[in-house]
Design a protein around this ligand. Structure first.
Ligand code: ZN
Length: 295
C-alpha cells in the first residue's frame, strides 16, 4: 500500500498566523503598560507639586532651562542679555493723579506688625499696597488674606527677597512665579504688580515680568524709614519734602518707627488735601503718562 501523503492538519495550518497575532498582541500590551506607567508618574508628580498635569509635561518649543521644576532653585549665574520689551513702563509716579498718592509697604507680612499696620489704616480709612515676599506669605497666609479683605492691594516682592540683578532668567522666573502662586492661593486674586528687592531691576527682570503680564512698581518718595536711628517725625518730614502729585511712597513693614509715623503721616497729608489710593487707584489716572523708575 503506497504511503498516504501527509496532509497538514487544520491545526498546524493555523499555527503560524496564530503566533503572529500573539506576538502583535504582546507588543500592543507592552505599549499599553508603558503608557499607563508614564501617566501615573505624571499624576504623582502633579500631586506632589500641586499643579495640573499639563504644567509638568515638557513643552518641546521651550528651551531645556525653562523646563526646570519650580521647586528647585536654579544656580545663580550672570543674567543673560535680553532686549527691553517695548511699551513697558517702570512705574514710579503718575503726575496726572493730582493730589493722590499711594503708600506702599515692602517685606511683609509679619505676624507681629502687619495687624498693627492694618489697624492704623482701618482707623483712618486709608487703602495701601503691600509688596509681600513668598516666604513670609507662605508662613502666615491668613494675614495675607486679611490684608486683601480690608481692601488693600497685594504685590509680589520675590520669594526670599533676592537681588534679582544677579540671577539668570530661570531663577528670576522662579522667584516671581512661585511667589505669585502663594499669594494667589491666599487671596484668590491674580497678582499684577511686582517690586524687585532693593529696586534692583535688570533686562531679565523686565523681560520676565512682561512675559507674565506684570507691572513693575518702583517709587519716587523714599524716606529711608528702615534706618536704625530714624524717628517717626524724620520719616514724615522726609516724605513731605519729596511728595509730588501721584507719588508712590516706599515704606517697610516690621519697623516700629514706621508704624509710629503712619498715623502722623496720614493726618498731616490729609490736612494738606492729599488723598490715598492703591497702585490700581493711581493707574486709573495714568493715560500713558507714568513716570520712569529711578532704580
Ligand atoms: Zn524689600
Amino acid at each position: 500500500m503506497p504511503p498516504v501523503p501527509r496532509v497538514k492538519s487544520t491545526r498546524s495550518r493555523m499555527l503560524v498566523p496564530a503566533m503572529i497575532i500573539f506576538i502583535f498582541l504582546q507588543i500592543f500590551l507592552i505599549q499599553i503598560v508603558v503608557t499607563m506607567k508614564t501617566s501615573i508618574d505624571f499624576y504623582s508628580l502633579a500631586k506632589q507639586h500641586g499643579k495640573p498635569i499639563a504644567a509638568l509635561v515638557p513643552d518641546q518649543k521651550q528651551s531645556s532651562s525653562e523646563n526646570a521644576p519650580q521647586d528647585v532653585v536654579p544656580a545663580q549665574g550672570a543674567a543673560p542679555a535680553a532686549s527691553l520689551p517695548s511699551g513697558q513702563d517702570i512705574l514710579s509716579c503718575i503726575p496726572n493723579a493730582g493730589k493722590r498718592v499711594a503708600i506702599t509697604f515692602d517685606d511683609g507680612p509679619s505676624l507681629r506688625y502687619t495687624p498693627e499696620y492694618l489697624h492704623v489704616l482701618r482707623e483712618n480709612r486709608v487703602p495701601a499696597t503691600f509688596f509681600l515676599t513668598g516666604r513670609n506669605a507662605q508662613q502666615i497666609p491668613n494675614i495675607v488674606g486679611l490684608i486683601a479683605m480690608e481692601g488693600h492691594e497685594i504685590g509680589n516682592h520675590t520669594y526670599d527677597h533676592r537681588n534679582l540683578a544677579t540671577l539668570n532668567e530661570t531663577a528670576v522666573e522662579h522667584q516671581i512665579s512661585s511667589t505669585s502662586e502663594i499669594l494667589t492661593k491666599a487671596i484668590q486674586q491674580e497678582i499684577k504688580y511686582f517690586r524687585p528687592p532693593g529696586g534692583n531691576n535688570s533686562q531679565t527682570v523686565k523681560k520676565v515680568t512682561s512675559k507674565m503680564n506684570m507691572q513693575i512698581v518702583m517709587w519716587n518718595v523714599d524716606p529711608w524709614d528702615w534706618e536704625k536711628n530714624k524717628t517717626a517725625n524724620q520719616i514724615v518730614a522726609s516724605i513731605k519734602q519729596q511728595l509730588e502729585p501721584g507719588s508712590i511712597i516706599l515704606l517697610h513693614e516690621g519697623k516700629p518707627q514706621t508704624l509710629t509715623a503712619l498715623p502722623i503721616l496720614i493726618n498731616e497729608l490729609q490736612q494738606d488735601g492729599w488723598k490715598f489710593v492703591t497702585i490700581s487707584g493711581l493707574l486709573n489716572y495714568s493715560q500713558g503718562a507714568a513716570g520712569t523708575g529711578k532704580a
